[in-house]
Design a protein around this ligand. Structure first.
Ligand SMILES: NC(=O)c1ccc[n+]([C@@H]2O[C@H](COP(=O)([O-])OP(=O)(O)OC[C@H]3O[C@@H](n4cnc5c(N)ncnc54)[C@H](O)[C@@H]3O)[C@@H](O)[C@H]2O)c1
Length: 385
């Protein structure tokens, strides 16, 4: 009788497993079955104007996430969304998405004046929420959103985009590990010929970025602010402003923002007693440069004279920065927080701290730069990363 010999390679993996199982002693545990992948988090985006498409693109590319729908009050914007993503639902009425049981989370990318109403309705419908910066138009509104999210155990996150970039994270690392020594000042310039917003002034549009970066990096909240600015275009909000932040320590910060500048500048200096950082967001690769420069006082403070100050001009180096888009990291963080019930880095409290600074700055602006207390408790500025 001919015996059919089957080489091991010809045995299918399933048959091999079955024959192994029949021979294996009962003490050997059964092979592990891979867990089923978690269902995709379904998001809906409200507002498909300038910034909304960037959110849709990043959530669309994210594994474990599905962009379910987009809403905008303008047909033209929905037509663009549909042309780019034919599979997603589009609606002129955001209620259709907020009320859709298939949607887990709502991303609000509409003008600032609409953030509160839309976010509140989304939370009340049981959706996790990611809101464009600033979180709301007032601290009362922000507190109401924080309370609503907490009561319903929902994630509330604000799109403080820059804190999710590798450049800002590297700066925070250098500050936190003491490389800069005691911090002296934080100085930022964010100017260009920018889009005039109609419902907010330039502080609420551009300085939000710098205040959220500063909040993240320093972990210390200003105790008072002073702001000056000007509105040059009739009927339009203040288009240029200078904002000074005072701290309980000797730290000092200044932010210059402007929609009416001939060139685009996005430069921040963070100066410490040992090292200084220049962060230029327009640099293609070396966005962060660390300078080993400063001064040393010889002979103690009582003998300080010009001749007693030594200038130190050491090396400059640029840490390697990942160029992964901050929004991509932010989108992933949001989905992870929704999935794991975690508190986001830019949570409602971070949004509220920035709004408190903006409100104080607005009062100071009206008083031509009089310093205004911020009413932010020191502990509130301490961030857990
Ligand atoms: N993180 C960043 O770098 C960044 C950059 C730009 C804008 N933003 C923020 O994004 C938000 C939107 O700014 P933008 O420049 O995209 O404004 P935009 O005016 O270009 O777009 C807003 C869109 O929302 C739509 N909209 C308004 N009310 C709506 C409603 N009730 N339902 C559905 N759609 C509605 C409008 O039709 C418009 O298309 C603002 O809060 C802004 O501060 C953030």
């Amino acid at each position: 009788m001919a015996v059919e010999i089957t080489s091991p390679e010809e045995v299918s993996p399933i048959r091999r497993l079955a024959s192994f199982a029949s021979r294996a002693p009962s003490a050997v545990p059964p092979p592990e079955v891979a867990p089923a992948p978690a269902p995709a988090i379904r998001v809906a985006v409200i507002g498909y104007g300038y910034w909304g498409p960037n959110l849709v693109r990043n959530f669309w590319d994210l594994p474990g996430c599905q962009v379910w729908g987009v809403s905008d009050t303008r047909e033209s914007q929905l037509a663009q969304a549909h042309a780019r993503y034919p599979a997603i639902t589009t609606s002129l009425d955001y209620h259709a998405l907020i009320g859709d049981p298939a949607v887990d989370a709502v991303i609000i990318m509409t003008p600032v004046s609409t953030h509160f109403q839309l976010a509140l309705e989304a939370l009340q419908a049981g959706k996790h929420v990611l809101v464009a910066k600033p979180l709301a138009a007032s601290s009362e509104q922000a507190i109401r959103l924080i309370e609503e999210a907490a009561r319903r155990h929902l994630v509330l996150m604000v799109d403080h985009t820059f804190i999710y970039t590798d450049a800002v994270r590297r700066i925070k690392e250098l500050v936190d590990n003491g490389s800069l020594g005691q911090l002296y000042y934080y100085d930022s310039v964010r100017v260009n010929l920018g889009l005039f917003q109609h419902d907010v002034n330039v502080l609420w549009d551009l300085a939000v970025h710098d205040l959220s970066i500063m909040d993240f990096i320093l972990g210390e909240a200003p105790c008072a602010v002073a702001a000056t600015g000007a509105a040059h275009i009739p009927g339009q909000p203040v288009n240029m402003a200078y904002l000074t932040c005072f701290f309980r320590s000797n730290l000092f910060a200044h932010h210059h923002v402007n929609w009416l500048a001939p060139v685009k500048v996005r430069r921040t200096l963070v100066c410490g007693e040992r090292q200084m950082i220049v962060y230029d967001d327009l640099e293609p690769s070396e966005k962060v440069k660390v300078y080993d420069r400063g001064v040393t006082v010889n002979g103690g403070p009582e003998r300080v004279a010009k001749s007693m100050i030594d200038y130190r001009s050491g090396d400059m180096w640029a840490p390697k920065i990942s160029l992964t888009e901050g929004l991509r990291v932010e989108a992933q963080h949001f989905v992870e927080c929704v999935r794991g019930g975690r508190t986001p880095l830019s949570d409602g409290q971070a949004g509220l701290r920035v709004i408190r600074l903006l409100e104080a700055a607005t009062r100071s602006l009206a008083q031509r730069g009089q310093p205004v207390e911020t009413a932010i408790e020191p502990a509130e500025g301490q961030l857990a990363v």
